[in-house]
Design a protein around this ligand. Structure first.
Ligand code: FES
Ligand code: FES
Length: 241
């Protein structure tokens, strides 16, 4: 019996087809076949949230779902948020403005969870925002900047527009954050994310995220995550699927 399956799905609005092994996870399909490397892989067992994408508008852990289970589904990744290579969307821009992004390893998944939530609830309370963030582990930011970004977005405009672009030239210093459009961090002084051959923005800014290096299978262990989180600062992580 063949161990491969032919599947069809919609990814970021485009019809896509692939032949995958039955064991291939959704996140591996997205990263390795479709080269959508803004969706990251950390724990690979549903805890960290880095692999979160939207499946028919609902956040799912791409590491826990098989690619074949996405047959016929509509998948959205972080690459779908920015409208073009020269703009961030307002949610991304607020995260940059409020220092809600550092290395960027977590941010692709966090952006997708926040985007899905803001579609349902354009004006979340701080507690509701923290509840969303509790499904994600971030080693860098302390989360407060993310909370501030969502609050600012909620207060400054209708966050239903979170998927629409900032006006060109409206936010100096934001539009050059090319890495964030692809789920990378805000602090990349080299701009190497856009360099030819740099297909994975994480590997250029976070050595611990270099999953694709030969022999590196689990660059961010759950032990690392637990040790790096301050219990007083991090929201209570509640892994969700
Ligand atoms: S890589 Fe999927 S939850 Fe961590
Ligand atoms: S910015 Fe969240 S893990 Fe670095």
């Amino acid at each position: 019996m063949s161990r491969t399956r032919s599947i069809s799905l919609t990814v970021n609005g485009l019809p896509r087809h692939a032949v995958v092994e039955a064991r291939t996870t959704l996140v591996d399909l997205l990263r390795e076949q479709f080269r959508l490397t803004g969706t990251h892989v950390g724990c690979e067992h549903g805890v960290c949230g880095a692999c979160t994408v939207l499946l028919d508008s609902e956040p799912v852990r791409g590491c826990l779902m098989l690619a074949v289970q996405a047959e016929g589904a509509r998948v959205e990744t972080v690459e779908s948020l920015a409208p073009d290579p020269d703009h961030l969307n307002p949610l991304q821009a607020e995260l940059v403005r409020h220092h809600g992004v550092q290395c960027g390893f977590c941010i692709g998944g966090i952006l997708m969870s926040l985007a899905a939530s803001l579609r349902q609830n354009p004006h979340p309370t701080e507690a509701e925002t923290r509840d969303i963030l509790a499904a994600h582990l971030c080693r860098c930011t302390g989360y407060q900047g993310m909370v501030d970004a969502v609050r600012a977005l909620s207060q400054s405009r209708n966050p239903v527009d979170a998927h629409k672009p900032e006006e060109a030239g409206n936010r100096p210093g934001v539009h050059d954050q090319a890495g964030l459009r692809a789920g990378a961090g805000a602090h990349d002084p080299t701009g190497s994310h856009d360099q030819p051959g740099s297909s994975d923005p994480v590997s250029s800014c976070d050595p611990a995220g270099a999953k694709d290096l030969a022999g590196a299978r689990d660059p961010v262990s759950s032990r690392d995550q637990a040790a790096s989180r301050g219990p007083a600062e991090a929201p209570a992580a509640e892994p969700t699927s």
